[in-house]
Ligand binder design. Structure first.
Ligand SMILES: Cc1cc2nc3c(=O)[nH]c(=O)nc-3n(C[C@H](O)[C@H](O)[C@H](O)COP(=O)(O)OP(=O)(O)OC[C@H]3O[C@@H](n4cnc5c(N)ncnc54)[C@H](O)[C@@H]3O)c2cc1C
Length: 303
């Protein structure tokens, strides 16, 4: 495969900044991951559509990257064109609705909503991902989920074709959506919020940030919650009860602060982290008969 040809084509078509052998560790909150063959930063939906269409025709694998806050990438990296959505970060308000690009920050959006006295996003203030990642993963916290406020999503299929989906088309559930199942590229979303009290929203968000700081190991690189919560007891509680807090492989460690987080103590590799995830999974299965399903997404590692 001619990666240099791809870079030349992207430059020629002016589809965004582009780099070869871009270290994924620089783009993931875990600070882990080998190089992406090519990374591109498109600025709009039309450029993404062109990129997807070209790659489909040429048989080039594509991966979509938001802010890398729920992602474990192999040490060997990824042989694909990685489309980084960070430059698609526009936010357009119209009354109580907002149309937003996939690369906008969820936390920035939540802050803007509160300042406008609009409620529905306060839950998301400490979630460090992009809007696109959140809409795909149905990010949620403190009894709120992004699907509560999604009205419409503009997606691209693997050929680059554009579709407008309503919330009903997406079949949202706990950290699942048809967007994920069908490998749609989330390009834009329309969110509908409700009038609220600015002061109360700001307080709610401050409380939320304080609680996160107390409970989560934010001082060390991590990938957020590693496992989805099974029905009944939370994943973190089971891992804690099994005595696995502090379990370490290389520089990857089950956080002492929150057992559903794995932290990078300095030089953790994807292999260390992945082996630790599988070890925790096996131990919990052996001890409690519970299968913990990963919430984090793996690139280049066996699911
Ligand atoms: C400290 C910390 C706290 C967290 N707290 C929470 C929490 O409370 N609740 C919660 O739900 N999550 C939480 N997370 C996880 C994470 O922030 C969310 O899942 C977030 O929605 C992921 O967004 P992202 O942009 O980082 O996605 P990425 O990690 O970049 O990608 C995750 C997946 O989404 C895909 N993807 C990303 N953008 C797009 C797009 N535009 N179109 C199609 N696919 C796309 C990627 O291909 C990948 O499969 C936390 C993470 C951290 C590090």
């Amino acid at each position: 495969m001619q990666w240099n040809d791809l870079i030349a084509w992207i430059d020629e078509e002016k589809l965004g900044a582009v780099r070869a052998n871009e270290p994924m560790a620089d783009h993931t909150s875990w600070r882990i991951g080998g190089p992406a063959k090519v990374m591109v930063w498109p600025e709009d939906t039309a450029a993404c559509s062109q990129l997807l269409g070209h790659c489909k025709t040429m048989g080039i694998p594509v991966a979509v990257l938001g802010y890398g806050t729920n992602l474990l990438v192999a040490d060997e990296g990824i042989d694909a064109l990685v489309i980084n959505t960070r430059e698609m970060n526009w936010i357009l308000w119209q009354d109580h609705q907002v149309r937003v690009g996939a690369g906008a920050s969820l936390a920035v959006l939540a802050g803007q909503a509160a300042r406008r006295g609009l409620q529905g996003l306060a839950f998301s203030i400490g979630i460090p991902g992009s809007v696109g990642g959140a809409v795909l993963m149905n990010a949620g916290a403190y009894n709120g989920m992004i699907s509560d406020v999604v009205s419409q999503v503009v997606v691209l299929d693997l050929n680059g074709g554009q579709h407008v989906l309503s919330k009903e088309d997406i079949h949202y559930g706990y950290r699942v959506s048809d967007l994920k199942k069908n490998h749609w590229f989330v390009a834009e979303a329309l969110l509908t919020l409700q009038p609220g009290d600015r002061k109360a929203l700001e307080k709610e968000m401050n409380d939320c940030l304080k609680a996160r700081k107390e409970k989560q190991p934010l001082e060390l690189p991590n990938g957020g919650s590693v496992f989805k919560n099974p029905a009944g007891e939370g994943a973190g509680r089971s891992i804690d009860r099994a005595g696995l807090k502090g379990l370490r492989i290389g520089d990857a460690q089950v956080s002492l602060k929150h057992a559903n987080f794995i932290v990078n103590l300095g030089h953790a590799t994807a292999k260390d982290t992945y082996t630790l995830i599988r070890t925790v999974q096996q131990r919990i299965h052996q001890q409690y008969g519970i299968f913990l399903e990963p919430e984090v997404v793996f690139w280049g590692l066996k699911e």
